[in-house]
Ligand binder design. Sequence first.
Ligand SMILES: CC(C)(COP(=O)(O)OP(=O)(O)OC[C@H]1O[C@@H](n2cnc3c(N)ncnc32)[C@H](O)[C@@H]1OP(=O)(O)O)[C@@H](O)C(=O)NCCC(=O)NCCS
Length: 164
Amino acid sequence: VADAAAGQIRLRNITPEDYVLVIRVVDDWWGGRAMHAMLPKLFFVHFRDTSFVAEVNGDLVGFLVGFLSPALADEAYIHFVGVHPGYRKLGVGRELYEHFFDLARSAGRRRVRCVTSPVNKVSIAFHHSLGFQLAERTDDSSQVSIYQDYDGPGEDRVLLTKEL
Ligand SMILES: CC(C)(COP(=O)(O)OP(=O)(O)OC[C@H]1O[C@@H](n2cnc3c(N)ncnc32)[C@H](O)[C@@H]1OP(=O)(O)O)[C@@H](O)C(=O)NCCC(=O)NCCS
């Protein structure tokens, strides 16, 4: 079913009305991690020009929340991306990212950044496939470059950058 549907994926800008749909599934899509607090409604209101949902037959199968940095004129930032577990490895995530890259390029941005958790190996592999580089911070106990305490004490992160 998912294979057949892959060709029918439609992207559109996110709307405030999408918030309830996304927030209902987000923790499940992240394998039970409590993620919803990191995705307040403000993103669906103030960043809707640079955020998208992917749908198949009107059903939500993925979303991307990003923005053009207000402070850094060269940069764009992707805050969240999620794909329905039944529609993974079909190119939905790539399509969402490429749509965002095109938008960022058109707006004159030269770099896209995102931040992920060191435990999220799938996210790190996904970003690698899309051409992101890891920041030059290394924790010797790991193969992954980790920025320790990036989001506060004990909140280590992996920083990812892609030149457009
Ligand atoms: C990460 C995620 C968005 C990927 O979405 P997806 O639609 O399955 O990814 P795509 O099919 O577009 O894959 C794009 C590339 O990433 C790679 N990739 C995707 N899932 C992967 C996995 N589980 N392991 C290794 N590589 C993977 C693919 O190999 C692909 O590369 P290719 O095109 O060169 O073959 C999805 O797994 C997800 O929603 N995970 C839970 C939420 C999450 O962790 N989000 C990211 C942190 S904000």
